[in-house]
Write a protein that binds this ligand. Structure first.
Ligand code: CO8
Length: 261
């Protein structure tokens, strides 16, 4: 296994980012966050890549959180802020990425790992995955965007229970609550994720980009403003080559080929 903190590859329109610190269950220290951000930038800029998948090395953990040793070594507010600033920036970049993102959760997604998951579009869980926000057990609270994203993705009382107790939940329960899309047998995780990614990668990347922006920004607006915003975005989409290709292909009873223009 490579010593790189983050592994990156791309094939057939799908970019794969693997957080690679299996000895610490893929915990995120500052260097790993920097490598994660660099990999994300590369895949965002690669026009061939249409979907980005995140996973963790090994079969035990997606990401077991922020690196507790790194956090504990920091003295003073400025040092904590240094870490907080970077992890917030990286997770926000994941959340605002113009390309669809999928978390392939191959085990523990705890603390910062759950917070990374909360920033992705779609989450597929191996059956042994466990999701939790155990920060309270360390005398912390979820501070990498997790407290704010969780209360926007779960009913408030459920989000509070997870954060107040720090107890993780299993994969089936996470899907039942709506925190993830589906559970698959661990051995099939990557093939299921890649099949889903390939399905999305065949769609128009430009339409997906504009749809993602409509969902991201519209979700933070009043309904009246969000509807007006959606209307302008669909106006843009209707003018694209891909929209004409999709409609023409339907009428000609042939498969559409989308190019992102
Ligand atoms: N950080 C550093 N090292 C870790 C972490 C972590 N988050 N998680 C596991 N490790 C290390 C262990 O110390 C151990 O190292 P070693 O082999 O040298 O002893 C190795 O990984 C394997 O772990 P375990 O032996 O503990 O494996 P188990 O199977 O017994 O347990 C668990 C697995 C349940 C996942 C357990 O390791 C655990 O509870 N880990 C910690 C989970 C946790 O608390 N995560 C939250 C961390 S805090 C956080 O995420 C905040 C981030 C944002 C902060 C922003 C503010 C600035």
């Amino acid at each position: 296994m490579s010593d790189d903190l983050v592994l990156m590859e791309s094939k057939a329109g799908i970019g794969l980012i693997t957080i690679n610190r299996p000895k610490t269950l893929n915990a995120l220290n500052l260097q790993t966050l920097a490598a994660l951000e660099a990999a994300l930038t590369t895949l965002e800029q690669d026009r061939e890549v249409r979907v980005i998948v995140f996973t963790g090395a090994g079969d035990k953990a997606f990401v077991a959180g922020g690196d507790i040793e790194d956090l504990n070594s920091r003295q003073g507010l400025a040092h904590y802020q240094g870490f907080a600033e970077v992890i917030h920036r990286v997770f926000r970049r994941v959340e605002t990425c113009d390309k669809p993102t999928i978390a392939a959760v191959n085990g523990y997604a705890l603390g910062g790992g759950a917070e990374l998951l909360l920033a992705t579009d779609i989450r597929i869980l191996a059956d042994h995955a466990r999701i939790g926000l155990p920060e309270i057990l360390l005398g912390l609270f979820p501070g990498a965007g997790g407290s704010q994203r969780l209360i926007r993705q779960l009913p408030l009382c459920l989000a509070k229970q997870l954060m107040f107790t720090g107890h993780p939940i299993g994969a089936e329960r996470a899907v039942q609550l709506g925190l993830a899309n589906m559970v698959v047998p661990a051995a099939e995780l990557m093939s299921e994720v890649m099949a889903l990614a390939a399905d999305i990668a065949a769609k128009s990347p430009l339409t997906l980009k504009l749809m993602k922006r409509a969902l991201l920004h519209g979700g933070e607006m009043t309904l009246a403003n969000a509807l007006a915003y959606e209307q302008s975005m669909i106006g843009l989409v209707l003018d694209t080559r891909d929209a004409h290709e999709g409609c023409s292909a339907f009428l000609a009873k042939r498969p559409a080929t989308f190019v992102g223009e």
